[in-house]
Design a protein around this ligand. Structure first.
Ligand code: GYE
Length: 326
């Protein structure tokens, strides 16, 4: 079994952690020298959806603006490849690693190896298992959204839209990823107090449009009594809408839909009345991440969790958002 202690020992090259709470020097968080420009690694998880493409663009734009070198990798939906990508960044001696960990557990070794190599690492947009690696100790900080809150906001808006009565299909994100775990939790916690709100089927669509379509089709065939959809991201939502329409159903009438992200397609679906709420998950990480790196290089204390501010979009306010949508 992986435990935090065994991982710390791996990170420490097998040596025992010192007695009386004293931790050896290599157990400290790596420092960052203050420089005018940095060579910065960005380990992306996949590029099969507009959210990811926008996130990558935000990193590239910020690097170009500041004249920093960006070492970019795309794990193509494989946690194993992402671990290898981080290793190659360590071998190239980047100054800092920005890691968007695909899943909570398989990326732990990458986090620990960067630490052992003396390279500061920030987690971007997704988290790792907090019992195995901690911000301020094993990596500098997590920068991203509050996914539990996103799930709660979806539940709140959906409950209101259906007057507290719905049979809900839930399309879950990538299994083992922090947004899937936390968006499920935030939603479930809220509807616990609303007995008319029932999740009748729940399955992963891997945050992807095609998979979302297939999974929704199967679940809806098995549960034609469904009256609502809670989908962990807009890509799966768009897949599900395609499946509903192919089945002759009207999204927004036959099924009331709550979604998360804020893609252009979802914003349009909101305008068209097909979706009732989109809780924002902002993919524009460049400015906040690079600012945090600069502050860290100056020796400033970095808060362990840098939480993005997300908005709630409905038909009433989405028009003003459209020019920003991606
Ligand atoms: O919601 C989804 C993406 O990790 C917050 O991953 C991110 C999620 C985002 O693929 O669309």
């Amino acid at each position: 079994m992986i435990t935090r202690r065994s991982l710390l020992q791996v990170a420490a090259g097998g040596a025992a952690v010192g007695a009386f709470g004293l931790r050896p020097a290599y157990a400290e968080l790596p420092k960052l020298a203050q420089k005018d420009t940095y060579k910065i690694g960005f380990a992306q998880t996949e590029s099969n959806n507009p959210w990811r493409l926008q996130q990558t663009k935000s990193m590239q734009d910020e690097a170009a603006k500041r004249g920093w070198q960006l070492v970019y990798t795309d794990a193509a939906s494989s946690a194993a490849k992402q671990v290898a990508d981080v290793r190659s960044m360590i071998a190239q001696r980047v100054d800092v690693i920005l890691l968007a960990p695909r899943e909570e557990r398989p990326l732990i070794p990458a986090v620990m190896e960067a630490k052992k190599a003396g390279i500061p690492l920030f987690l971007i947009d997704r988290n790792v298992d907090a019992s195995l690696a901690k911000p301020g100790e094993d990596y500098v900080a997590f920068i991203g959204s509050d996914f539990v809150e996103e799930g709660r906001l979806c539940a709140e808006a959906l409950t209101k839209a259906v007057n507290g009565e719905a049979k809900i299909i839930e399309l879950v994100g990538t299994i083992g990823s922090s947004p899937a775990n936390d968006r499920a939790k935030g939603f479930a916690d809220y509807i616990k107090d609303h007995p008319g709100m029932q999740v009748i089927a729940s399955q992963s669509g891997d945050f992807a449009r095609d998979k979302g379509r297939q999974v929704f089709e199967t679940l809806y065939q098995a549960h034609p009594e469904a009256t609502a959809l809670y989908s962990h991201n807009d890509e799966m939502t768009m897949g599900a809408i395609a499946a509903m329409e192919a089945a002759g159903k009207v999204p927004g009438k036959d099924l009331i839909i709550a979604s998360i992200d804020g893609t252009k397609d979802a914003a349009q679906a909101l305008m068209d009345g097909k979706v009732v709420v989109v809780v924002e998950c902002n993919p524009n990480f460049g400015p906040a991440s690079f600012d945090a790196v600069v502050r860290y290089g100056k020796g400033e204390h970095i808060e362990p969790n840098l939480v993005n501010k997300d908005r709630v979009f409905t038909k009433e306010n989405v028009e003003a958002y459209l020019p920003e949508a991606y």
